[in-house]
Design a binder for this molecule. Structure first.
Ligand SMILES: [Zn+2]
Length: 175
């Protein structure tokens, strides 16, 4: 099957006709492959620990255009990546803090997407042949997507709410 690069994440995907998301703009094949990755994760509870990283990595690699919904989406998903990767929060805590941060989403501003959104995409995760490999790829994907937004990480840290979870876990920052 013919393939084409997604204009947003840069991954190689089947060149197909397929619906795309309303504001997480992507090539049709990219959205279809992401759907397969999600279906795999929903099919087995062993994936639950990395599922949110998948959602966050995909969202920040497909920032869409400068409208309120895109600004909110990129903001909350970058916030959750920051909580996972820099503060080591559990999925549940990260979600609570993200919801708290979301209350201020009207103050979020458009962050001009970097030229490259990371070297790993949904296409790489889709190729995993075991649960362990899938999880490892998702962790690398999330880290690579977060690193890609380096120029805006300072802004994201300012958007973190000053809650106990963030303050306490800030000591666990590994890098
Ligand atoms: Zn894409």
């Amino acid at each position: 099957m013919k393939s084409c690069a997604c204009f947003s994440c840069g991954g190689e995907f089947p060149d197909i006709e397929w619906p795309v998301h309303r504001y997480m703009k992507s090539a049709p094949g990219c959205w279809a492959v992401y759907g397969e990755v999600l279906a795999r994760e929903y099919s087995n509870p062993d994936y639950s620990e990395i599922h949110r990283l998948t959602v966050d990595a995909y969202a920040v690699q497909h920032p869409g255009y400068r409208d309120r919904q895109s600004i909110h989406s990129v903001g909350v998903h970058l916030i959750r990546l920051c909580l996972f990767l820099e503060h080591g929060l559990t999925a549940e805590d990260a979600n609570d803090v993200m919801l708290e941060a979301g209350k201020n989403k009207h103050t979020f501003t458009w962050l001009a997407p970097p030229r490259s959104l990371g070297n790993i995409t949904a296409a790489d995760v889709a190729k995993a042949t075991s649960v362990a490999e899938h999880k490892e790829l998702v962790r690398a994907w999330a880290q690579s997507a977060w690193d890609a937004w380096a120029i805006h990480q300072h802004t994201i840290r300012l958007w973190l709410p000053a809650t106990r979870a963030v303050t306490v876990d800030a000591g666990k920052v590994a890098r």
